[in-house]
Design a protein around this ligand. Structure first.
Ligand SMILES: Cc1cc2nc3c(=O)[nH]c(=O)nc-3n(C[C@H](O)[C@H](O)[C@H](O)COP(=O)(O)OP(=O)(O)OC[C@H]3O[C@@H](n4cnc5c(N)ncnc54)[C@H](O)[C@@H]3O)c2cc1C
Ligand code: SF4
Length: 519
């Protein structure tokens, strides 16, 4: 089969596909992706007309693209394509795997500059959207699978790496969106998968036949799931031999039979259906998370990248989180927007010259750039894995994400401080448009002369949106829990902190010759 790259060139695709396999064969599964997605409009069109089982607020959503509450999340994802066409040096890259010029969100890093460019792209997209643009989980999943499948094959003589490269090649040629599905419901957090009261609380293999396996269970909090084309599912934690059925990694189309999506509720999300665009704060862009239920979903063997190799689950999770924790550099782009909003609110109030306001803006910038510096350092200090893929420095990546669990909350607090109480007490856009009270609102909500009251209101709504509204999901709680809750980073930091070496150095300088005796 030949496939076009979308940049005029084409490549020969060779896969180990049995010609006589029925509707679940790999060729059939990829048949809908023959035309590469290039532009943001191509991407929007690619989401239309899919037969997905999507629910939101108790109702089936037949066409998510046209749903007013879901659409802002699709717009945010579409920006990843727009960036690639507007600034190809940042948003795209030529891949050695497919030979195509591809979206950078499908690229396996093969040297530190790839990871540096990735983080610059993530910051820029955070600035453009002011929210989670949803595409990094899938990118970090393919990064981790590249080296882990290579390692399993080297030890066990399996074909996972070959399967994986064939999958990535197809994904790159079609230039699609891959979602990354790691977090299981987990039930009783003190128990491993095989000891849960309900065995579906971690995704597992429930049966297999000559063509492939069938998986059941669920994945929680899935970023951009409904806006993706394919999903890679992965275990969420270290496994034991008894958890063999849960140690499974594979790829499925988002519209595979047996998948159901329940989109999460976000604070103030229905402001998108209230009419107007002021109250939403950021009317164009939002994030998206969904609960995905898997009910005996078929996965052909060609799309399996781990099938029972339980001892590799820990490496997969650690490598994924090492990539993903640095990906939280995205929040510095959101930080840029929020710092800009706070500075503008101060100007609207006529206090931009006050020393404590300037100092608060400096503090916000210091915190934001501290996140940036740790993420970028983790990229510059990345190291090659046996497969040739580069992985961010583990310690620095964990430090970066740990900063992200804290600093955006302080930046948000300072933004609200500068904004004033109106950020939570402001009348609505409909009040502003009312003939009787509208003029009163314009009169009493005015700031410094020369500033339109409505502009002051817009900036305050943006600050509300990012600190307690819809995009606080992405800026705050996602910063806390996404890529692992704070304790997960502290565990990794403790593992890597080499305390004995530090103590030995202190003893050497202080002239203490021996460690403390045990008796
Ligand atoms: C907005 C958002 C987007 C996300 N996107 C994705 C995504 O795209 N893909 C994906 O796979 N995941 C995603 N996640 C999931 C994220 O990785 C998890 O939220 C995170 O790992 C924490 O898991 P949890 O939410 O189940 O919290 P819990 O595990 O319930 O943690 C709650 C608290 O309990 C503690 N705790 C948990 N287990 C133990 C234990 N065994 N012993 C002691 N303490 C424990 C934690 O440290 C934490 O303090 C997303 C999360 C959010 C909030
Ligand atoms: S939270 Fe950031 S890193 Fe994660 S998917 Fe969203 S934009 Fe990407």
């Amino acid at each position: 089969m030949r496939a076009g790259c979308g940049d005029g060139t084409s490549i020969e695709l060779k896969f180990q596909v049995e010609e006589d396999t029925v509707m679940f064969d790999v060729e059939t599964l990829w048949a809908d992706f023959a035309r590469p997605i290039v532009s943001a409009d191509d991407y929007l069109n690619s989401l239309r007309g899919r037969r997905m089982n999507v629910y939101f607020r108790g109702e089936r959503v037949l066409e998510p693209v046209d749903h007013p509450v879901i659409r802002p999340s699709i717009n945010a994802m579409a920006e990843t394509y727009r960036l690639a066409t507007e600034r190809p040096e940042l948003g795209s890259v030529r891949s050695e795997i497919s030979g195509c010029q591809i979206n950078r969100f499908l690229h396996i890093a093969t040297d530190p500059t790839d990871l540096v460019a990735k983080h610059e792209m993530q910051r820029e997209l955070g600035r453009r959207t002011g929210t989670c643009f949803q595409r990094c989980v899938g990118l970090d999943a393919i990064g981790a699978c590249h080296s882990v499948t290579f390692d399993i094959d080297a030890e066990r003589g399996t074909d996972y790496h070959k399967n994986f490269l064939a999958f990535v090649r197809r994904a790159q040629v079609a230039n699609i969106v891959i979602g990354g599905a790691m977090t299981d419901p987990k039930g009783d957090r003190s128990k491993p998968p095989h000891q849960q009261a309900d065995l579906d609380l971690f995704l597992r293999v429930v049966r297999r036949d000559d063509n492939g396996i069938y998986v059941s269970g669920a994945k929680m909090h899935q970023t951009g799931a409904v806006n993706s084309h394919w999903l890679i599912f992965m275990p969420t934690m270290r496994m034991t031999e008894a958890d063999r059925d849960w140690a499974v990694v594979g790829a499925v189309r988002v519209d595979a039979p047996g998948l159901t999506y329940v989109i999460g509720r976000q604070t103030n999300d229905t402001r998108s259906v209230d009419g107007g665009d002021l109250d939403a704060g950021n009317a164009r862009f939002a994030g998206q998370e969904a609960l995905i239920v898997f009910d005996e979903v078929f996965v052909p063997y060609d799309h399996l990248f781990m099938d029972g190799e339980w001892s590799y689950a820990a490496s997969l999770v650690e490598r994924f989180t090492t990539y993903h924790r640095s990906s939280y550099v995205c929040k510095t782009g959101l930080g840029d927007v929020l710092i800009g909003a706070a500075a503008t609110a101060a100007e609207h109030n006529g206090v931009e010259g006050a020393s404590h306001i300037k100092d608060k803006l400096v503090e916000m910038t210091h915190l934001n750039e501290t996140i940036y510096s740790s993420c970028m350092a983790a990229a510059f200090r990345s190291k090659p894995m046996a497969s040739g893929a580069y992985l961010n420095d583990e310690m620095l990546s964990n430090v970066a994400k740990h900063n992200v669990t804290r600093f955006p909350f302080e930046i948000a607090r300072l933004a609200q401080d500068i904004a004033g109480g109106l950020v939570v007490t402001m009348p609505s856009e409909k009040d502003l448009q009312n003939n009787e009270i509208g003029p009163l609102i314009r009169k009493f909500l005015q700031g410094k002369s020369g500033v339109e009251t409505v502009d002051r209101m817009r900036i305050l709504r943006l600050i509300e949106n990012m600190t307690i509204g819809r995009n606080a999901v992405g800026y705050l709680t996602e910063s806390l829990h996404g890529a692992g809750s704070p304790q997960a980073q502290r565990i990794q930091i403790a593992r890597g902190m080499r305390l004995e070496d530090k103590k030995a150095r202190a003893r050497a300088l202080a002239g203490v010759s021996e460690p403390i005796r045990k008796d």
